[in-house]
Design a protein around this ligand. Structure first.
Ligand SMILES: [Zn+2]
Length: 226
């Protein structure tokens, strides 16, 4: 518990710093929170990409590469847009009082992220479950929380814990279970490991830790591919 608190404090600090100078979109389905100085950011990133192209021995002036720096810059901004969104605020907008107290599971949530060590994609599926304690949340918001954390530079382990902590903090349910299964292009493309290896991570809280039967029901439901 102590560890979780520290982690969410860190997150809160990170969020505060990434939000400075950012005008957040009020609409919770708005995926493009833009900063006031977006053109400046694109320019800075583009020039860095030009440097990278030169460093690779390419000629950034040749026709095929002329617009590449700007395209890469815009693509990177999209792939990291999760920095400009607040997952806990997003959840808070869709919390309802409800006495349902069985497990709620959203499985096979598609996930695309980028590893912070190589800035290469990793992708796969997230399975998120919780046991309500008087409050439930709109199901689509669970998938959105996965997306917001995934659209940042990540390690799979931290991504898994951040999703658990956001749901735990906002809903205060009897427990949260998160499992992510993903393929990492930094392993596949660089030939470090077998090409088809899948990395599985899990983060649990409450009854998912204290009750073996809850945990095994969670695992059984995830792998029930009927
Ligand atoms: Zn990597």
């Amino acid at each position: 518990m102590k560890h979780e608190k520290t982690l969410s404090d860190t997150l809160a600090n990170n969020r505060r710093s990434s939000y400075s100078g950012v005008s957040m979109c009020e609409d919770d389905d708005c995926l493009d929170a833009m900063t006031d100085n977006e053109p400046q950011i694109i320019e800075t990133l583009s020039s860095a990409v030009t440097t990278i192209l030169g460093g690779l021995g390419e000629n950034p002036e040749r026709e095929g590469l002329l617009k590449t720096p700007e395209r890469v810059a815009k693509s990177l901004r999209f792939l990291t847009k999760g920095y400009r969104e607040n997952p806990e605020e997003l959840l808070k907008k869709a919390v309802f009082k409800e006495s349902y107290d069985e497990m709620v599971l959203v499985k096979d949530i598609e996930l695309f992220s980028m590893c912070e060590h190589h800035m290469l994609p990793f992708f796969g599926k997230a399975h998120v479950a919780y046991i309500p304690d008087g409050k439930i949340v709109g199901l689509s918001k669970i998938a959105r929380v996965v997306e917001v954390y995934a659209r940042r530079l990540q390690v799979q382990e931290r991504l898994t814990q951040q999703i658990r902590d956001a749901i735990q903090d906002v809903l205060n349910p009897k427990g949260v279970g998160v499992i992510i299964e993903a393929k990492h292009m930094c392993m596949v493309m660089r030939g470090v490991e077998k090409q088809n290896s899948v990395t599985t991570t899990s983060a649990m809280s409450g009854e998912f830790i204290s009750s073996p039967s809850t945990r095994s029901e969670f695992l059984r439901l995830i792998h029930n591919r009927s």
